[in-house]
Design a protein around this ligand. Structure first.
Ligand code: AMP
Ligand code: MG
Length: 326
């Protein structure tokens, strides 16, 4: 594996227009100089990501924010003070130095300051903002370790290994309206936390707002994944792996990964993609069952990821055997 932690070498790669996978607190990112369209094009190519899906630009200082965004609202500074560095992406009017390829032609750009020392140092040493989506193939399971990146993107120029990520799911994405903020993607920073700083604009439902690139299917394992909170009668548990939260379903499964020892939803977020990778890689496992959690607080972001991971498999079952097969 070409992963070590030579940040200086990684920064040189970025300056030369190459791609570097690096840890953030959310998931591993696949980074390129955000101001170099040729480097950015390589991200889309390596990930096989459609060009209509815009990239988030990562910065390490507030001064850098002012180079990539224009007409920055006062409320952005308030939110940044509270949540940056951290897992919050804010969509802002883009400045002219940001190539259209980064934003998929939109007049806005998603910006985030990650809370990870390696990521911040990489950005600072590269001396440019870094465009980075998750370091996986488009639509597949997000990477939370360097090994996950190596598995899906073996041809990346360099991988910075910072161990397992501490949040485990992608950032919350918001944009501002005259009234307040709207959530484009749920994450570990919840509506309730954001509301303490800026009012919530509930005039449009999240589903209707969904940002470009937000698809029903995403984070999808190569093996069938189904969400189930009761015993399933028609599956062979002896060939299935269970992603367990409460512990109530654990009997009879070939393997069980309990994502939290203390019933903490944050642990579910931290460990869910790793559990999916582990079952995907395990030749004994044919089916993955994931336990759902209530859709409130962080549970909203967890259920969003689980539903997208399940989507193609559920569609397949419904079209093959009719709705509500299991
Ligand atoms: P990720 O795949 O985690 O890098 O997140 C990228 C997602 O951020 C995209 O799929 C979009 O949904 C969202 N996004 C990025 N830039 C913008 C933008 N300018 N406007 C709205 N959504 C954006
Ligand atoms: Mg992604």
């Amino acid at each position: 594996m070409k992963s070590t932690n030579n940040i200086e070498f990684a920064a040189k790669c970025i300056q030369e227009g190459k791609l570097v996978a690096f840890p953030t607190e959310t998931v591993y990112g696949l980074g390129a100089n955000a101001l170099n369209p040729l480097a950015v094009a390589k991200i889309f190519e390596l990930k096989e990501r459609p060009s209509f899906d815009p990239l988030i630009v990562h910065i390490s200082t507030m001064a850098q924010l002012e180079t990539v965004a224009d007409n920055i609202d006062e409320r952005i500074y308030k939110l940044a003070e509270k949540f940056w560095p951290g897992p919050l992406t804010m969509v802002l009017p883009k400045s002219s130095i940001v190539p259209d390829l980064v934003t998929s032609g939109l007049p806005t750009v998603g910006v985030r300051m990650p809370k990870n020392e390696i990521a911040l140092e990489l950005i600072t040493r590269s001396n440019c903002p870094i465009a980075a989506p998750s370091a996986n193939k488009f639509g597949r399971i997000s990477p939370t370790t360097a090994a996950h990146v190596q598995k899906q993107l073996p041809n990346v120029d360099y991988i910075l290994d910072g161990g397992k990520t501490t949040v485990g799911i992608e950032s919350t994405i918001i944009r501002l309206t005259e009234i307040g903020f709207q959530i484009l993607r749920n994450g570990i920073i919840t509506k309730e936390e954001l509301e303490k700083v800026v009012p919530f604009d509930g005039s449009s439902e999240v589903e209707k707002l969904s940002a470009p690139g937000m698809l029903k299917s995403h984070y999808s394992p190569r093996k069938m994944l189904l969400i189930a909170d009761t015993e399933l009668l028609h599956i062979e548990k002896s060939k299935a792996g269970l992603i367990s939260f409460s512990g109530k379903l654990e009997g009879g499964y070939l393997k069980v990964i309990k994502v939290s020892q203390t019933n903490d939803l944050k642990d579910y977020a931290v460990n869910m993609f790793e559990a999916m990778h582990s079952f995907e890689d395990d030749p004994q496992i044919e089916l993955i069952i994931a336990e759902p959690v209530p859709s409130e607080g962080i549970g909203i972001a967890i259920m969003d990821r689980l539903r997208k991971a399940e989507y193609d498999w559920r569609e397949f079952l419904n079209s093959s055997y009719g709705a509500d097969t299991l």
